[in-house]
Design a protein. Structure first.
Length: 129
């Protein structure tokens, strides 16, 4: 049981840190999709890229069209400097949020284990008395 309590204390410390990291990130809900960097082939048959020397990397937004089909929207050069940092901030936010959620799940899992162990021990002392 002590081991479990130590684990929970450690996880709670990690959660505290993860939450503070999350509070330092910014989220921009107006941005759709996620940023991806891709190497691409152009249409020219004689181009080097046809032999595997691809162009890029280029920045795209991975998103969905009206039919729910996955599409990649090219970020225009003029929009790069403003959009890429915002998408990177969203990526950081999502990463930090995922970490908080994962730790919260782990803590609740360990708390359940601790509760079960306590129940078993209570049962045992009840029998011996
Ligand atoms: Zn090419």
């Amino acid at each position: 049981m002590e081991e479990l309590e130590k684990t929970i204390a450690l996880l709670e410390l990690q959660l505290k840190r993860a939450k503070s990291a999350l509070s330092r990130t910014k989220y921009h809900p107006e941005l759709k999709g996620t940023l991806v960097m891709k190497y691409v082939k152009c249409g020219r048959p004689s181009c080097e890229c046809q032999k595997g020397k691809l162009h890029g990397m280029y920045a795209y937004i991975k998103t969905k069209n009206e039919d729910g089909k996955q599409i990649f929207k090219y970020i225009k050069t003029k929009d790069k400097d403003t959009l890429i940092p915002l998408y990177l901030e969203n990526r950081e936010y999502k990463k930090a949020l995922a970490k908080v959620n994962k730790l919260q799940k782990e803590i609740s899992h360990h708390n359940n284990l601790l509760r079960k162990e306590k129940k078993i021990q209570d049962g045992k002392t009840g029998q011996t008395c």
